[in-house]
Design a binder for this molecule. Structure first.
Ligand code: FES
Length: 286
């Protein structure tokens, strides 16, 4: 069901979640819509009137589900590290710069309807290949042009959420019962000219790595920088860290970006760019 909302001049896409009575007053339920987990809370106010709210069921800190979170009224605390949120507004009380994404919800004839117009379809890879990339050696699926063929261990230039980087083909992916989202696109094969470009690339990682380590120590931040990588595009420098995602890293990334001519981003060592989107709160990407 789709309609046009003349009040907001935005297309809406109302989809049925199920009977509203499936969620008791004070309870909550998770739904999977186009690959996105959404938590619906049935909140009872002081006048004992029930209202439903829908937010992303993924904490902006490190992605924990909020379904098991504690709290009363419209407030819920993340079960992992206790950040608390208002599910009516999406506000994060601890770090206002990391709100929850909210979705419009309504009840018609006892049926819960959610506006899914802002939920993006996952990018399913076309002509997919498994590719190893990044200095952490991640393996993800990438789209290639139709009929493109690459050999095992062939080097390629990739377009990822971080920039342009070099990857190594492992295999094509022919049969998939449950397609996974694409981590990016294979732009082309790696050429001798690319090798010359890499050889000429000035290594800028050492000063960035040292500066960052020094600032983290001075500030007593509970993070440890374990590696630094300059991407093939010569515009992006990635700092890999151990520790929790936090706003302080976002601030540090902004400071480093003001001091260097490259885009400097933080990336947790235990999440592939495809899983984190490299744009989640606290990693400094965006
Ligand atoms: S994952 Fe939610 S507060 Fe850490």
């Amino acid at each position: 069901m789709s309609d046009f909302d003349y009040g907001t001049t935005q297309m809406t896409n109302w989809i049925e979640l199920g009977e509203a009575s499936e969620i008791s007053p004070g309870d909550r339920k998770s739904y999977s819509i186009k690959g996105t987990e959404i938590a619906v809370f049935h909140v009872v106010d002081d006048l004992q009137l029930g209202k439903f709210y829908a937010v992303d069921d993924s904490c902006p800190h490190q992605g924990a589900s909020l379904i098991a979170g504690e709290g009363s009224g419209t407030e819920v605390s993340c079960p992992l590290h206790d950040w608390s949120f208002d599910v009516a507004t999406g506000e994060c009380f601890d770090f206002p710069e990391f709100p929850l994404t909210r979705y419009e919800l309504k009840v018609e004839s006892g049926v819960l309807l959610l506006d899914a117009s802002t939920i993006e379809e996952p990018d399913i890879p076309q002509n997919p290949f498994l590719v190893r990339y990044g200095s952490m050696g991640w393996v993800d699926q990438f789209s290639a042009e139709e009929n493109a063929v690459y050999a095992h261990r062939e080097r390629v230039i990739l377009k990822t959420s971080r920039g342009e980087e070099v990857g190594e083909i492992l295999s094509s992916v022919s049969m998939q019962e449950n397609p996974v989202p694409s981590a990016g696109t294979i732009l082309r094969e790696f050429t001798p000219t690319d090798q010359q470009t890499l050889s000429r690339q000035e290594d800028v990682t050492a000063p960035v790595f040292q500066d960052c380590q020094k600032l983290i120590q001075e500030r007593g931040m509970p993070s440890e920088i374990i590696d630094c990588e300059q991407l093939f595009d010569q515009q992006t420098v990635v700092l890999y860290y151990l520790g929790s995602r936090m706003p302080a890293l976002e601030i540090l990334a902004q400071e480093l970006n003001a001091n260097y001519p490259w885009r400097i981003i933080f990336h947790p060592v235990d999440e592939t760019p495809a899983a984190s989107g490299c744009s989640s709160g606290g990693c400094g990407c965006g």
